[in-house]
Design a protein around this ligand. Structure first.
Ligand SMILES: N[C@@H](CCC(=O)N[C@@H](CS)C(=O)NCC(=O)O)C(=O)O
Length: 206
């Protein structure tokens, strides 16, 4: 079995890093320097034509998109390790949160970033669009906070859905989103961050 993980510290690839750490998967890690354009080389684009990290190559097959990678790793390796549910309703719940984090929350957060962040040219910022995106993003965070009421983790027990969704939340914390009103969510993030796998991934990134 061969597994190669292309990753950059403090990027979307952190999601996959935490997932791989949780699974304890031996893999070859290739650190990509985004500032040097290392995702734009012909060799890299052959593996991921999107020119982005994370990228996982499993037995010669490239898998890209962080949500797809988590679902794939969960299905192939996570069930036996008790970190991902077998096919059924619990699997559906895990998939729901993983896809929601990237698509629904990620879309609102990405829109907010594009209209506020210094990573995007100020002349492209639109104050009204930023405000609308902020409302949508906080609507998503409220949904997550409510879902975590009375539960230690999204499915009760810890799964890769927690690793994935909390890593997306970590990106929003890094972008200085105000989390002060999300009591359940903050307590859950603390529980996720207390896991040794999370600590190992964070230590590697810093
Ligand atoms: N939807 C993709 C997003 C991946 C993504 O945007 N990766 C960024 C880093 S956070 C990247 O590799 N950017 C490289 C570039 O644009 O040159 C996923 O979830 O995997």
């Amino acid at each position: 079995m061969s597994l190669t993980f292309y990753y950059s510290p403090m990027s979307t690839a952190m999601i996959t890093d935490v997932v791989l750490e949780e699974l304890g998967m031996p893999c070859e890690r290739v650190t990509i320097d985004l500032k040097k354009g290392q995702t734009r080389t012909p060799e890299y684009l052959r593996l991921n034509p999107n020119g982005k990290v994370p990228l996982l190559v499993h037995d010669g097959t490239p898998i890209w998109e962080s949500a797809a990678i988590t679902l794939y790793l969960g299905e192939i390796f996570g069930v036996a390790k008790g970190l991902y549910p077998p096919p059924g309703t619990e699997r559906g719940t895990a998939m729901k949160w993983i896809v929601w984090a990237n698509v629904t929350l990620g879309e609102a957060a990405g829109r907010w970033m594009r209209n506020t962040s210094e990573y995007y040219p100020a002349e492209q910022h639109n104050a009204k669009a930023a405000e609308a995106a902020k409302v949508d993003m906080h609507g998503c965070l409220r949904i997550l906070d409510d879902a975590l009421a009375g539960k230690p983790f999204l499915l009760g027990d810890y799964t890769l859905a927690d690793a994935h969704v909390n890593s997306v939340i970590g990106w929003l914390r890094f972008m200085a989103v105000d989390f002060s009103t999300y009591k359940n969510l903050n307590a859950w993030s603390d529980r996720c961050a207390a896991r040794p796998a999370h600590g190992r991934a964070m230590a590697r990134a810093s």
